[in-house]
Write a protein that binds this ligand. Structure first.
Ligand code: C2E
Ligand code: MG
Ligand code: MG
Ligand code: MG
Length: 305
């Protein structure tokens, strides 16, 4: 009867849970090891001004080279780090390396501000500000070379603490970006109280720019002038609205996950400020970014001559 099936399912569930727990515990142990033995490093993804094509800033992205498992995605290990508290020393490491890199580039004559991703958890208790301040002091980095990216998740914990934190950071001269905009569950109300320098449009919206509307959405011409939700062009209208909203609030707009020339062309038409994505540059080693910037400077010189 159903009883047997139920028990079987329960047993299966417990086994899966156990396997999941073991896997997590192993990942946590390995991550501790990784932190101690230098398996964590940063790659840098360039951002470009859409109107000029010039490189302006980059994002530091964490990479874990596991000795046996190879590359492990931050999407997998950052959540574990957040649950176990390892995110604190990891963020220290990321901020420290990002600051040193930006200063090293400046010493080579390249002005490339670096954006660092900070976990929402750092801002419930305003630890984020302390971490940033320590990194700036320890490295002697110019705050103008540092930007932080936070997600809408910061408002779910404590909107007040987050607001105070961001005001302090901006007073210190560090720019604050709202990452993955549009994917969170919070309301637009927080934008009113929070002065962001940059709003990053999540790449799901950029991917949606080319949507010709869902297949089988009904006969053509159904709905008022094709302007209904899910009709052709909806993706474009959403990004258009986000760009206007951001500009209205005095923030710069960065599109993330730009993969095709058509997406870039549309973003240019919509007045989006900067773009980041595989079309323009993958996350790369620091020397590769230097080469990119130098090639660009040479091209600019040629155009002037
Ligand atoms: P994110 O901050 O939204 O970073 C952008 C992610 O999109 C990166 O993935 C990047 O490699 C990827 N990406 C960039 N351009 C494209 C594109 O054109 N197409 C596609 N499909 N993907 C693109 P990555 O490096 O795997 O990072 C994933 C997430 O992990 C980040 O999302 C960020 O939330 C988190 N993360 C990465 N590094 C750190 C870190 O140092 N600290 C914290 N707290 N989180 C981090
Ligand atoms: Mg980011
Ligand atoms: Mg993002
Ligand atoms: Mg994202």
């Amino acid at each position: 009867r159903a009883k047997g099936t139920g028990r079987g399912r329960a047993t299966q569930f417990t086994m899966d849970q156990e396997a999941g727990l073991r896997e997590r515990r192993q990942l946590e142990e390995d991550l501790r090891q990784a932190l101690a033995s230098g398996q964590l490093s940063l790659v840098f993804q360039p951002k470009f001004v859409i109107a000029t094509g010039l490189l302006k800033g980059c994002e530091a992205l964490l990479r874990w080279h596991h000795p046996e498992r190879g590359m492990i995605s931050p999407g997998l290990f950052i959540p574990v780090a957040e649950e176990t508290g390892l995110i604190h020393p990891i963020t220290q490491l990321v901020l420290d390396q990002a600051c040193r890199q930006a200063m090293a580039w400046r010493a080579q004559g390249l002005e490339v501000p670096v954006a660092v991703n900070l976990s929402a958890g750092h801002f419930g208790a305003e630890q984020g500000v302390g971490l940033v301040r320590e990194a700036l002091e320890a490295t002697g980095c110019d705050p103008a070379l540092l930007e932080v990216e936070v997600t809408e998740g910061v408002f779910l914990r404590s909107a007040e603490a987050a607001t105070r934190s961001f005001e302090t950071l901006r007073k210190m001269g560090v720019r604050v970006a709202l990452d993955d905009f549009g994917t969170g569950y919070s309301s637009l109300g927080y934008l009113q109280h929070l002065p962001f320098d940059v709003i990053k449009v999540d790449r799901t919206f950029i991917a949606g720019l080319e949507d010709a509307g869902p297949a089988g959405a009904g006969p053509a011409g159904a709905g008022p002038a094709g302007a209904g939700p899910g009709s052709p062009g909806t993706g474009r209208r959403i990004v258009d609205a986000i760009v206007r909203l951001a500009h209205g609030l005095g923030a710069e707009v960065v599109a993330e996950g730009v993969e095709t020339p058509a997406q870039l062309a549309t973003l240019r038409q919509l007045g989006c400020d900067r773009a980041q994505g595989f079309l323009l540059g993958r996350p790369m080693q620091p020397h590769a970014l230097v080469e990119l910037a130098r090639a660009e400077l040479l091209a600019a010189d040629r155009n002037v001559a």
